[in-house]
Design a protein around this ligand. Structure first.
Ligand code: NAD
Length: 308
C-alpha cells in the first residue's frame, strides 16, 4: 500500500516508521525542515519497547512538493493545522485516496470533508503515546491501540485493508462500528485532564493528588458525556471516570500535550476539545459551566503566552 503521512511529528513519525518497517511504501510530509533533513541524512530513529533502531526506507518531503497519489493518507497534524496542511497537498488526494484521521478532538471529519468525499474518510482514535525527542528521533513506550471505522459507517474493503496494514505494523488496530463512543470518551478524558493541567501547570498525577483537581475532572467528564448523549452517543460514565482515575494513578509526571504546547509557546488543541464541546452544548442547550471556564482560561493563558 502506498501511504503518506501528513504531519510527521510525534505520532506521524511513529506510525510512518512502523508502517515502513512492516514493508509499506511510506512518505512523510511535514514542514519542519530540521526534522525532514535529519531523516534524509540518517533515517528515522524509532525507540519503542521493541528496540532502538533506524528506519531508512522512508521518503520525506514538504506537502506542496509533487508526488504520487497515495492509497492512504494519514493526517497527524495537530487539529488546528489540518485545513492549512491539506490545502497544500490537494494535488496528492486522488479519486482513489482514502484519508484517515486519528487526531484528538471533534471536528476532524468536518475538516477533511472540505478536501475528500465523505465515503473516503476514515475516523478513529488511538491510545498509542509518542514523543518527538529531537529532529529525526521518535520515542514511544507502553502499549496502545487504534479503533477506527469509515466516517459514514460503511465497512468497505479499503477500511479492512487499512486496519490490516496498521495491525501488521504492530499498531493493534480494530474496526469499531461504535467508534464515536471511543472518540467522545477520549474527548471527555482530554477536556478534563488536558485543560486542567494546561491551566494549573500540574502533571496528571499532580492534579489527581489534590481533591479539587479530581472533583473538577469528574465534573468536566460528566458535562462532556451529557453533550455526547445529545449526539446519540451513550457512554458509560463510570468506565470513563475509571480511565481518568487510572491515568491519575499511573501517569507519573506526565505532562499532557496541551500543557507541553502551552510551555513551548505553541497554540493548543483547546478549540477542538473543550471549544467543540461548548459549541455543541450551546446548540443543544446543555449547561457545561466547568468545561467552558476551562476553555476560557486556556484561551487567556494562550493569548498571554503568544503575546496576542
Ligand atoms: P506534533 O506536534 O508532534 O506533530 C504535528 C506535526 O505536524 C509537526 O511535525 C508539525 O511540523 C506538522 N505540521 C504542522 N503544520 C503542518 C502543515 N501545514 N503541513 C504539514 N505538517 C505540518 O503532534 P502529535 O503529538 O504527533 O499529535 C498529532 C495528533 O495526534 C494530535 O491531534 C494529537 O492530539 C493526537 N495524539 C497525540 C498523541 C501523542 O502521544 N503525541 C497521542 C494520541 C493522539
Amino acid at each position: 500500500m502506498k501511504i503518506a503521512v501528513l504531519g510527521a511529528g510525534a505520532m506521524g513519525s511513529l506510525f510512518g516508521g512502523l508502517l515502513a518497517e512492516s514493508g509499506q511504501h511510506v512518505t512523510l510530509l511535514d514542514i519542519d525542515e530540521a526534522h525532514l533533513d535529519a531523516i534524509r541524512q540518517a533515517g528515522l530513529r524509532v525507540q519503542t519497547d521493541q528496540g532502538d533502531r533506524r528506519v531508512t526506507n522512508l521518503e520525506v518531503r514538504r506537502p506542496e512538493a509533487p508526488g504520487a497519489e497515495p492509497d492512504l493518507l494519514i493526517v497527524f497534524t495537530k487539529s488546528l493545522h489540518t485545513r492549512g496542511a491539506l490545502s497544500a497537498l490537494r494535488h496528492l488526494i486522488g479519486p482513489e485516496t482514502f484519508v484517515l484521521t486519528l487526531q484528538n478532538g471533534l471536528g476532524n471529519v468536518e475538516a477533511l470533508s472540505e478536501f475528500v468525499a465523505p465515503q473516503r474518510i476514515l475516523i478513529g482514535v488511538t491510545t498509542w503515546p509518542s514523543d518527538l525527542v529531537a529532529p529525526g528521533h521518535v520515542s514511544s513506550h507502553g502499549e496502545g491501540q487504534i479503533r477506527m471505522m469509515s466516517a459514514d459507517g460503511v465497512l468497505r474493503p479499503e477500511v479492512e485493508a487499512t486496519a490490516r496494514a496498521l495491525d501488521a505494523a504492530g499498531l493493534n488496530c480494530e474496526i469499531d462500528p461504535q467508534v464515536w463512543t471511543s472518540i467522545w470518551e477520549k474527548v471527555a478524558f482530554n477536556a478534563a485532564l488536558n485543560s486542567l493541567c494546561a491551566v494549573t501547570g500540574c502533571s496528571v498525577d499532580g492534579l489527581g493528588a489534590v481533591a479539587d483537581g479530581r472533583a473538577l475532572a469528574s465534573q468536566i467528564v460528566g458535562e462532556v458525556l451529557a453533550v455526547a448523549r445529545t449526539q446519540g452517543v451513550d457512554i458509560d460514565a463510570e468506565r470513563c471516570r475509571a480511565k481518568v482515575a487510572h491515568a491519575i494513578a499511573n501517569h507519573r509526571g506526565h505532562k499532557p500535550s496541551m500543557l507541553q504546547d502551552m510551555l513551548a509557546g505553541r497554540r493548543t488543541e483547546i478549540e477542538a476539545i473543550n471549544g467543540a464541546v461548548v459549541a455543541k452544548a450551546g446548540e443543544c442547550g446543555v449547561p457545561v459551566p466547568h468545561t467552558e471556564i476551562l476553555l476560557q482560561l486556556v484561551r487567556v493563558a494562550e493569548a498571554r503566552r503568544l503575546g496576542e
